[in-house]
Ligand binder design. Structure first.
Ligand code: ADP
Ligand code: MG
Length: 628
């Protein structure tokens, strides 16, 4: 690259917005800027260590990676320095200003909704560098990329308003110095004591040494003065390597907060040393609250892979199935090779074994909570249930265990019904697990198809999550009991219906045949069949789909998502015991009634009329005759 004269560049528009918010409206937890800058320094060291696996020359003559923090009271500056991978001039321009990252928009939205204006939010969104401007009115970054000559250092400076400057500088030292010029009023950060306490609070888990100038009390000057030596101020102890028996609950929670940016304690955690063909330690946490980006299936990994305490990757999918993307933590392998590429690691049998083992661990943890802390599990389910359902279709090896963890609403309870609970409550002679899918609980509860089940006191699961239909296409049975939609196929209550009822129904159907034929003819473009049913009690008619056809709820969801659904006509079922239906055969308005019956059945199950105006006209005709 050619040397670069001083250039002034503009921040990207969204970055400007962030900077404005950061400098004007983040009031609480200002101190987290230090965590963010130390975390960037630590990331830069991890990156160097990884790149140097193939190219040891990148270490130059400084193989010992470390972070240094110092301040200058007179200049009112605070510097965070690392000898990690550094940045080239282009990288500085890109990473620190011109390109807004994917988290930017989400961060702006989250901040808008946050009353506390909590600076803590910033780290979750991948825009942590800008938190420096909470306390600084100018930031200078000096850096040199590992592997580049000293002449290709870069200086980046900005006041955190609209613009920044970059220029090429001479820099012997590899890595990055970030210097904050503190705002008036932020002088309390110019204190070794204060800085140490922030580092202990947020950055103890950083596995590199964080060094600060050692100070000593000067009796004459009556103040702390530098001794010229450096001291390590963080514990740099990887919590997960210590024996379980020596770690307190508070330490586990602290560590979770440090790695997750969560302010609340986790819902549950598990810490184990796994021995056998592959040996590793896992410390895995289930958060208490869903993160803002729970629905982003490609989000950054919550689980980090270390090999003998050296960070290797946080490739989410290699370490955890997508449906457990909310899990946070650390996996540290004792026997993976350090010097292989990420690509090879993802293919590695050992990594696969680790992933399988860790998945099982998380499932055991959830089973334990479900079994022993029901309220906690209910809360977990509210936060993450819909995500866990993805697993039923994605992880066949664990499908049975996942099915046991599912919770639903039903006609018997508003929430928390497990399939095992359902099976335990099944009526004598009941052979299937019944469910209905709908857009909302209210719609599910008022489905006409439920009427007979209600009357007989048979429980029906009410499924209203968007993923439910998809999940059910992968889950056919539970403990040998088939799952059956109450809106699909003929209703066959099997042994739940006694012989007399069956005989009576058959006789009614026989007597009703001529009317059915007329209905079929009247509705031939709209219904593939019209038949009598015993599933209705109070409603005159309902719509069902054929056994092999797609449910109308799923067809509607596909349509809303802009996808085409196969067009199969539904079946209209009528209730021959209903007054309206009984008189149908003698009514002069037969054709109108047939259409209205169909339209109403469609409306009752949440469908939309193709020709609402025609429906209104027909109903009006029947209510009062045509105008004039
Ligand atoms: P994140 O760390 O989540 O990527 P930040 O806003 O904290 O987001 O940092 C932005 C980017 O700037 C980093 O991804 C990295 O590329 C670069 N960067 C920041 N600090 C350093 C550093 N000390 N050394 C090398 N690169 C850095
Ligand atoms: Mg960062």
């Amino acid at each position: 690259m050619r040397p670069m004269d001083k250039q002034t560049l503009s921040f990207q528009a969204e970055v400007k917005q962030i900077l404005h918010l950061v400098t004007h409206s983040l009031y609480s937890n200002k101190e987290i800027f230090l965590r963010e800058l130390i975390s960037n320094a630590s990331d830069a060291c991890d990156k160097l260590r990884f790149e140097a696996l193939d190219k040891p020359a990148l270490y130059e003559d400084a193989p010992k990676l470390e972070i240094r923090v110092w301040f200058d009271k007179d200049q009112k500056t605070l510097t965070i320095s690392d000898n990690g991978v550094g940045m080239s001039a282009e990288e500085a321009v890109q990473h620190l200003g011109t390109i807004a990252k994917s988290g930017t928009r989400d961060f702006l939205a989250a901040l808008e909704g946050d009353k506390k204006k909590d600076a803590n939010l910033i780290g979750q969104f991948g825009v942590g560098f800008y938190s420096g401007f909470i306390v600084a009115d100018r930031i200078t970054v000096e850096s040199r990329r590992a592997g580049l000559p000293a002449a290709q250092g870069v200086r980046w400076t900005s006041e955190g308003t609209g613009e920044f400057e970059v220029e090429t500088i001479e820099r012997a030292q590899r890595g990055t110095d970030v210097t904050l010029h503190l705002r008036d009023g932020e002088e309390d950060f110019l204190s070794a004591w204060r800085l140490k306490s922030i580092i202990n609070k947020y950055s103890d888990h950083i596995s590199l040494p964080i060094l600060m100038p050692k100070e000593q009390w000067d009796e004459e000057k009556k103040e702390q003065v530098a001794t010229g030596e450096w001291e390590t101020v963080n514990k740099a102890a990887a919590l997960w390597t210590r024996p379980k028996s020596e770690i307190t609950d508070a330490e586990y929670i602290d560590f979770y907060k440090q790695i997750s940016y969560d302010t609340e304690p986790p819902l549950a955690y598990t810490h184990n040393r796994v021995e056998g063909r592959t040996e590793y330690t896992q410390l895995l946490y289930v958060p208490a609250k869903a993160p803002f980006d729970l629905w982003n299936r490609d989000k950054r990994g919550g689980v980090k892979l270390y090999v003998k305490r050296v960070f290797i990757m946080d490739d989410a999918e290699a370490l955890m199935p997508v449906y457990l993307r909310f899990v946070k933590g650390v996996i540290d392998s004792a026997d993976l090779p350090l010097n292989v590429s990420r690509e090879l690691l993802q293919e590695s049998r050992d990594v696969k074994a680790i992933r399988e083992g860790s998945t099982k661990r998380v499932l055991s943890l959830l089973e334990d909570v479900a079994e022993n802390q029901k309220d906690k599990y209910a809360e977990f389910w509210r936060q993450f249930g819909a995500v866990l359902k993805e697993g039923v279709g994605e992880d066949f090896a664990n499908q049975e265990r996942l099915a046991k963890l599912l919770r639903f609403a039903s006609t018997h309870a508003d929430e928390g019904v497990g399939l095992a609970d359902y099976v335990a409550r099944m009526k004598e002679g009941q052979e299937a697990i019944y469910y209905v899918t709908a857009d909302s609980l209210a719609a599910a509860r008022s489905s006409p198809q439920l009427e007979i089940f209600r009357k007989k006191g048979i429980e029906v699961l009410l499924l209203v999550d968007r993923v439910d239909e998809w999940m059910l296409s992968h889950l056919y049975e539970f403990e040998g009991k088939p799952l059956q939609s109450v809106a699909k196929g003929g209703v066959d209550l099997g042994k739940l219906q006694d012989e007399e009822e069956k005989k009576a129904a058959e006789a009614t159907a026989e007597a009703f045949k001529p009317v059915l034929e007329r209905l079929k003819a009247a509705l031939k473009d709209r219904a593939k069949d019209v038949r009598t049913t015993t599933r209705l009690v109070d409603s005159p008619a309902c719509i069902v789909v054929d056994e092999g056809d797609m449910s109308s709820h799923l067809a509607r969801m596909l349509k809303q998502a802009g996808q085409s659904a196969p067009k199969a006509l539904p079946i209209l079922e009528v209730n021959p015991e209903h007054g309206l239906v009984k008189q149908l055969g003698d009514d002069a308005r037969f054709d109108d009634l047939a259409q209205v019956l169909f339209d109403q059945a469609l409306l009752a199950e949440g469908g939309q009329l193709e020709d609402p105006a025609a429906y209104v006209q027909r109903v009006n005709r029947m209510l009062g005759g045509a105008a004039g």
